[in-house]
Design a protein around this ligand. Structure first.
Ligand SMILES: Nc1ncnc2c1ncn2[C@@H]1O[C@H](COP(=O)(O)OP(=O)(O)OP(=O)(O)O)[C@@H](O)[C@H]1O
Ligand SMILES: [Mg+2]
Length: 619
């Protein structure tokens, strides 16, 4: 438009000038003929025309140049804005550097990822900002190789790097980089993504899948094995009683009994590891448990090992299986002892912790929330980085053959996970190791019960409805119970038990296996019976607990559980515990006390038997 206007103006000006020139020359010469004056006028007009044309061309050229510059500036601004928008919207951090490593651009996600602000980062050396001191030289070498490599791959490259946050935390990152050339300069553009959490989750998943696979395998076998052991450990006492006046035979029964104990310890570890152990979670005062444990360790460990406790007096109650927790802590303590053959210090610590999702994930705990932490620290040999990943694997042991089965930490791991908790290990070679287990905080607190003697075998005269689907175990339990003075009504499954109840046969306690063949399991049977008779005492037994039962929370409805295989003394103790349990005004049983002593003693007995067994087998 502008161009046409200008040309029209120039043309009109030329016509006016030519007409004026002719008119003036007519007036001056007084004639209309073409003479010198007209020639001069025509030349003057032509000169004006040339001048005008020149002027027009200049104006047009300048105007076109301005327009192009304007357009270029607009385009540059649009593309810069677009780039900023992409950088800002990207989930990943954007870092732009030159060949020397100096930072040219640092997005706000980069600020969040590394802890360094844009202002601090611009112009600084990227390696100094995000690479740990000892790795810087190697990283620079790697970067020098990266530039030519990137230049040869226009599509860019993806690689993993370990970076460090300003606060020293390690960040595992995935980076995608490209190189662009501006004149002689090479500019490196990288998008960086934090994959620390993702990797931790993947590792957890792989670990739990691995554990699950081995668990499936061992769980089923251990279940059957437990039933057999229940018969052996139970009946051997009857035999021992019968041959006590015949020393050679008495020695043999003792050997069988010890072997059965070892078998029981092994299946128990396997079940724990497979997370199929029949757990009976309860509220635990971890300080009390650790104080008792510390006393026992002090009495049993070599004096070269100093034992210290650092207990948080305001620690919450934890929710877990007490017996299993003492075994887990003992396993950790024994590992610590074995790592301090020349002496050292074992420190037991308790504390409250509140986990966010990230922290919970890092220790493999079920969910964000409140946990009770128990740490066992030693000043021993430490664990080499190379084997750190494998220590929880079943049967992984660095101890010499016959010294360790490699099931200790597997048991701890399985137990902690099955309890909904987590575990963390920090170790430095030559300096020592800290294992920290996190257990879920108990939701409520209950009355602390009063004294109870665990060790005396006491029978009774009450009637017990005994439901057990394994014929041999049923027979054995009936003999045991009758031996303790009880009257027994045996039943092979839930249907048979309900039929007995329907007949109106009186009984005082239901003693039932949890996992049973048939349409109803032990828990469902007990629920149905308790619904009809709320004050009914129930004692469960199981060698195996399905996850689905535990998923429902309290697999045993708060009733005690006798873990298979069991001995007469344990059976007698738990029966009296159930039958003598006072009932509060709401009809709920008031819990009886627990002593870590019995568990620890049993554990140490098993260890001693195991050691004896190994010594013998080596001979
Ligand atoms: N506190 C520790 N210090 C140094 N190394 C340890 C520590 N705890 C565990 N380990 C290492 O982890 C391995 C596995 O431990 P784990 O308790 O599972 O088996 P174990 O102690 O060898 O045998 P088991 O406990 O079955 O008798 C050990 O052999 C040892 O190498
Ligand atoms: Mg061990």
């Amino acid at each position: 438009m502008k161009l046409r206007g200008l040309l029209t103006l120039a043309l009109a000006a030329q016509v006016v000038v030519t007409a004026a020139v002719f008119l003036t020359s007519d007036l001056v010469t007084g004639t209309a003929e073409f003479g010198t004056a007209q020639l001069i006028a025509l030349l003057a007009s032509a000169a004006v025309a040339v001048l005008l044309a020149h002027l027009c061309t200049r104006t047009i050229e300048t105007w076109q140049q301005e327009r192009t510059a304007e357009q270029l500036a607009e385009q540059a601004q649009a593309s810069a804005q677009m780039m900023q928008a992409v950088i800002k919207t990207a989930l990943d951090a954007f870092i732009q550097i030159d060949e020397s490593g100096a930072v040219l651009e640092w997005s706000f996600q980069a600020e969040a990822l590394t802890g360094w602000t844009r202002q601090e980062a611009l112009g600084a050396d990227v390696v100094d900002l995000v690479v740990a001191e000892p790795l810087r030289a190697a990283f620079r070498q790697r970067m020098a190789r990266l530039v030519p490599e990137l230049s040869d791959t226009p599509a860019g490259m993806r690689f993993e790097v370990t970076l460090v946050h300003r606060n020293g935390e390690r960040i595992l990152a995935e980076a995608a980089g490209t190189v662009s050339r501006i004149g002689e300069r090479s500019i490196i553009n990288t998008f960086v993504r934090d994959i620390t959490q993702k990797r931790a989750a993947e590792e957890q998943l792989i670990q739990s899948q691995k554990m699950e696979a081995v668990g499936q395998l061992t769980g089923g076998i251990a279940h059957e094995f437990n039933n057999m052991l229940t018969v052996i450990t139970g009946t051997i006492e009857i035999l021992a009683d019968a041959v006590k006046d015949n020393p050679p035979l008495a020695t043999i029964t003792k050997l069988i009994s010890e072997a059965a104990d070892r078998g029981a310890a092994l299946t128990s570890s396997l079940l724990s590891f497979a997370r199929k152990q029949a757990l009976q979670p309860a509220e635990i005062d971890v300080n009390e448990l650790i104080e008792e444990l510390a006393k026992l360790l002090l009495a049993t460990f070599d004096k070269k090992i100093e034992i210290a406790t650092k207990l948080d007096r305001a620690v919450w109650l934890a929710y877990a299986d007490r017996g299993q927790l003492s075994s887990a802590l003992l396993n950790l303590a024994i590992n610590a002892r074995d790592a301090m053959l020349d002496g050292g210090r074992l420190t037991l610590t308790t504390c409250n912790v509140v986990f966010g999702v990230r922290e919970a994930l890092a220790v493999g705990a079920g969910y964000a929330g409140d946990y009770v932490g128990i740490a066992i620290a030693d000043t021993g040999t430490g664990i080499p980085q190379a084997i750190l990943e494998r220590i929880f694997d079943p049967f992984f042991s660095t101890k010499e053959i016959g010294k360790g089965t490699g099931l200790g930490l597997s048991m701890v791991f399985g137990f902690v996970k099955q309890s909904g908790g987590g575990i963390k290990v920090a170790s430095e070679e030559g300096r020592g190791t800290i294992f920290t287990i996190y257990l879920p905080k108990a939701e409520t607190s209950t009355l602390r019960p009063t004294g109870y003697d665990d060790r005396k075998i006491v029978g009774g005269k009450e009637t017990i409805l005994c439901v057990e689907d394994d014929r041999e175990v049923r027979h054995y339990v009936t003999v045991q119970l009758e031996g303790l003075g009880y009257k027994v009504i045996p039943a092979a499954d839930a249907t048979e038990a309900l039929a007995i109840v329907a007949e109106g046969t009186p009984f005082d306690l239901l003693f039932t296996d949890i996992v049973m063949a048939g349409s109803m399991n032990g828990r469902e049977l007990a629920e149905q019976m308790v619904a009809a008779r709320p004050s009914l005492r129930v004692l469960f037994t199981s060698g195996y607990a399905y996850d689905s039962l535990h998923a429902q929370g309290r697999a045993t409805m708060g009733a005690p559980l006798l873990r298979k295989p069991y001995r007469k003394a344990e059976l007698a103790r738990l029966l009296r515990r159930c039958l003598d349990t006072a009932v509060d005004s709401a009809g709920d049983a008031i819990p009886t006390p627990y002593s870590v002593q019995a568990d620890v003693e049993a554990f140490l007995r098993r260890q001693a038997a195991e050691d004896n067994g190994k010594t013998r087998s080596r001979k």
